[in-house]
Design a protein around this ligand. Structure first.
Ligand code: 5AD
Ligand code: SF4
Length: 476
């Protein structure tokens, strides 16, 4: 199969960016000679796994440019904030952090403060930053990530005061072959596609991340092989809506076919994926999951609301009944599957009856993990214009009721693990001296564990001997 990705960045363009990295590295070697230290870079990420994966690219590029990592803003020469726009809260936190840097910029005007990610890609933001955050030197949207070396070159080597570039083709572009530095450990993200075509009426993502673009299966498989070679044992395939993988490629491949292909890669590892959309999740997908031994039996399938009327106004493209059927089918094929979901409370004009239907669905399905959000108005989305007679207090009350229902639903599921023996992937240290390691079950549940033969980065077989709402505890 040939590379058919229509929006791929050409190899020549990637080479150009790599050349900018080299030039910055040379500049930074001079910096080191003059200052007796390497320049330092600080990065902070807001939002979802896609943003974390993007930051790993930025960190990889910064590393190649000769920057040393720092955890402190005070001694950083370059500070990059990768922002989120999904809810207002994430935006205010990012802007709050940038605001707090103004004193640092006054003391050390030579530093570079950069903002990137989804928040930046919104139309009104560059002007706002220009006006109210003069300390920001570098601004680039999600489509320009691959041009980071060139933008850094203009700022750092050419000493341009402000390098703002959020143009980018809204269709976005996929660049292969740029550096990436992943967090050490057993888990890795692997982006299989970017963007979203769904336009759920509350969601800003399609506006800031553009249309769906799938990476070629060859590029994905090669990256997976490389990750497995490097020792990663738990790899999460990422996309806003992985179930529509391949639709833009013009070749005969869908997400299930991709999973099967990746499942054939040799090695001791497991694959998981997120996020799925109930509109596009198929029986074929669940059959594939059940048949492929390397695919973790975990499903994150956001339903957002249990009310058909609300789902319609959200433009989700399915009914609560369809969701129920999907879960029933998935469970019939994989009775042990771990289920999680996202829910939005307080969508414009959500009635008490609508909310009750959400509660009902939560209780009926019995999720292992739930992510619940209060609706946040995003300017530019259709729902921002919808009338809303529900008060803030009503929404808050519903949110609290949902949290309670969530705990009531999760606790018995957690308790049911008592005494079970499971294979887990150990991935770090915990704060609990009795259970000093953290691990994840195949279904992605958090386990704190103890045992003589436990090694970080390796699988271990453990028996659950204590449970709680958010964590299982186990010994070898
Ligand atoms: N307000 C609240 N929650 C939102 N999400 C997306 N947009 C909004 C919004 N405007 C939630 C959805 C999605 C998750 C990633 O974030 O539940 O699945
Ligand atoms: Fe947003 Fe809907 Fe796309 Fe998910 S599927 S990113 S909620 S528009």
């Amino acid at each position: 199969m040939s590379k058919t990705v229509p929006t791929a960045v050409s190899e020549q363009e990637v080479q150009q960016q790599l050349a900018y990295i080299d030039r910055i590295a040379a500049y930074n070697r001079d910096f080191e000679q003059q200052n007796g230290r390497k320049p330092k870079a600080y990065t902070q990420t807001f939002g979802c796994q896609q943003n974390e994966a993007d930051t790993e690219r930025i960190v990889g590029m910064l590393h190649e440019m000769g920057y040393e990592k720092t955890e402190q803003t005070e001694n950083a020469d370059v500070l990059i904030y990768n922002t989120c726009a999904v809810r207002e809260h994430a935006e205010s936190r990012a802007l709050g952090n940038i605001g707090a840097l103004s004193h640092l910029k006054k003391e050390r005007p030579e530093i570079t403060i950069g903002l990137c990610g989804c928040m930046v890609q919104q139309e009104h933001i560059p002007e706002k930053i220009r006006k109210s955050y003069p300390q920001v030197n570098l601004l680039f949207g999600t489509h320009m990530l691959w041009k980071f070396p060139e933008l850094m070159y203009r700022r750092v080597v050419k000493n341009e005061k402000k390098v703002f570039d959020i143009s980018g083709d809204a269709k976005g572009a996929i660049a292969e072959g740029l550096p990436v530095e992943r967090n050490k450990g057993a888990r890795a993200w692997l982006s299989i596609m970017y963007g979203c075509n769904n336009f759920c009426t509350y969601c800003i993502v399609p506006y800031v991340r553009g249309r769906e673009r799938s990476r070629s299966p060859e590029d994905i498989e090669n990256e997976l092989r490389e990750l497995v070679k490097q020792g990663y044992k738990d790899i999460t395939l990422l996309g806003q809506n992985v179930n529509s993988y391949g639709k833009d490629l013009g070749i005969e491949i869908d997400f299930s076919d991709l999973l099967r292909r990746l499942n054939d890669v040799e090695g001791d590892f497991q694959l998981r994926f997120m996020t799925s959309h109930p509109k596009d999740a198929s029986r074929k997908l669940f059959d594939t999951m059940a048949e492929c031994d390397k695919i973790a039996k975990q499903l994150h399938l956001p339903f957002q609301s249990g009310s058909d009327a609300v789902l319609k106004r959200m433009n989700r493209g399915y009914t609560a009944e369809h969701y129920r059927e999907l879960i029933a089918y998935a469970r019939s094929k994989m009775p042990e599957i771990t289920l999680s979901s996202d829910i939005i409370v307080g969508f414009p004009d959500e009635s008490e009856e609508d909310f009750e239907k959400t509660l009902e669905l939560v209780k009926e399905i019995g999720f292992d993990v739930l992510y619940t959000f209060l609706y946040s108005k995003r300017s530019g989305t259709p729902a921002a214009e919808y009338p809303d007679s529900t008060t803030k207090e009503q929404k808050q009350k519903r949110f609290e009721r949902l949290l309670k229902a969530q705990d009531e639903c999760v606790l018995p599921k957690q308790n049911a693990y008592m005494g079970k023996t499971l294979r887990v992937l150990v991935d770090g240290n915990s704060k609990d001296s009795e259970y000093p390691y953290t691990a994840r079950t195949e279904g992605g549940l958090l386990v704190c564990c103890n045992g003589d033969n436990i090694k970080i980065g390796e699988f271990a077989t453990v028996t659950i001997d204590k449970t709680s709402l958010r964590c299982l505890f186990a010994r070898q």
